[in-house]
Ligand binder design. Structure first.
Ligand SMILES: [Zn+2]
Length: 409
């Protein structure tokens, strides 16, 4: 037993060392074996051994050294191989799925989007997801290997169990997405590829952490604004999941006492004042609801009511960002999602409100920017989730347990 444990811990140590080299080269391409040994604190011979394995498995590539005459032989620079090992990332949206294949450093190599069709049951949508994943796999070369599949979902997720607790805008509750998707991929080219699932704002935040060429700001908040509103929070290089997996559900922070009804049943939540519904027609009459595309068209026409609604949603976003900045003292807040694509009519009042609060307190305003991946932020982020989990094997996965005292929304 003792011997087994020792062998097991040695194996884990080796995996950790290998992934430390991979992670270090993701952030610092072009280092030599000697540079790497110094940076991660391993001996040169251990690094040489591990690098040889990583090159043969497709993680790393060596680049030819240009002869420099009298300087003698230069150490060979190492890079993450951009072609051989890939990640798949999927966004499960309200209307459709979007799948991308990326390199280990986040470059998109293939993509596919697909609508759900007539049936919106979880099983039918997960079948569409499996089809889209396989379509993207077919776009890749047979020699390319898929290392992992990440999935971003619009609700609270227990990542350890692969279960979606509740997605109010899809009407799904307690869906074992991981198991159902795994079943759909049996006997396909993606059979047995590790699957990772997480909340959509969380994966988008991981996209900004993992696939950022410069060191990410810390803490980093990603605020995702669509039909729902949520945030992914990265603190100290780690995703903050909370005790039950619901950290970052900031759409249900209450901004207004007795305000408009929210999808969660409460009144005055940030989501009800900022997300898509806040800009749609008056009242709760679904017939009066307009799509976001219509909102955009009305903005182009300078429709005064639409301008007023979008401005008001923007100001409320400024209030929410002020509250988040106070709670987390973030290095950066990243905004993403379809509502953010409304652009300045929405974002200007948000930033003005945030800046006014900062000025009133004599403080510099927090740094805010939009997502670097635009409409692909969740799908690319889901690929980043796979890299985050695969290259941090020692990171514990919080199992948020079966007993859920209070459903989130
Ligand atoms: Zn709510």
């Amino acid at each position: 037993m003792q011997a087994e444990t020792t062998a097991g811990s040695q194996q884990l140590l080796k995996v950790n060392n290998r992934m430390a080299l991979v992670r270090h080269l993701c952030a610092n391409p072009g280092l030599s074996r000697a540079d790497l040994a110094l940076a991660v604190g391993l001996t040169k011979s251990t690094v040489s051994l591990l690098v040889r394995e990583l090159v043969s498995e497709g993680w790393l590539a060596e680049r030819e050294v240009v002869a420099t005459g009298d300087l003698g032989r230069r150490p060979t620079p190492l890079f993450i191989d951009p072609d051989r090992l890939l990640l798949l990332g999927a966004e499960v949206g309200i209307e459709s799925v979007r799948v991308v294949a990326t390199s280990l450093t986040g470059e998109i190599q293939a993509c596919n989007t697909a609508g759900y069709g007539a049936s919106r049951t979880a099983r039918a949508c997960i079948a569409s997801l499996a089809t889209a994943l396989l379509k993207v796999r077919r776009q890749l070369d047979a020699s390319q290997q898929v290392l992992g599949i990440g999935v971003g979902l619009p609700g609270g997720v227990n990542e350890a169990r692969g279960v979606l607790h509740f997605a109010p805008n899809l009407g799904w509750r307690d869906i074992p997405v991981g198991a159902l998707l795994g079943e759909k991929l049996l006997d396909t080219p993606l059979d047995g590829v590790p699957l990772f699932i997480q909340n959509e704002a969380d994966v988008a935040a991981l996209g900004e952490l993992e696939f950022n060429p410069t060191p990410a700001s810390d803490p980093l908040l990603y605020v995702s604004i669509n039909q729902g509103l949520g945030a992914g929070v990265i603190v100290g290089d780690r995703l903050l999941t909370g005790s039950r997996g619901f950290a970052g559900e900031v759409g249900h922070m209450v901004l207004q006492l007795g305000g408009p009804r929210c999808s969660c049943g409460r009144r005055g939540c940030a989501e009800a004042l900022i997300a898509t519904r806040a800009m749609l027609g008056p009242g709760d009459d679904p017939a009066a609801l307009r799509s976001l595309a219509e909102v955009r068209a009305h903005l182009v026409d300078q429709d005064p009511e639409t301008l007023k609604a979008v401005h008001s949603a923007g100001r409320n976003l400024g209030v929410l960002l002020q509250n988040l900045a106070t709670a987390y003292d973030p290095g950066c807040i990243v905004l993403g999602g379809s509502v953010v694509e409304l652009g300045l009519p929405f974002l200007q009042p948000a930033l003005a409100t945030l800046n006014d609060y900062a000025a009133a307190a004599g403080l510099p305003p927090p740094t805010v920017r939009t997502s670097r991946f635009g409409a692909n932020a969740v799908a690319v982020g889901a690929a980043a989730l796979a890299r985050y989990r695969l290259t941090r094997p020692a990171l514990p996965l919080a199992d948020t347990g079966a007993a859920v005292a209070e459903e989130p929304a």
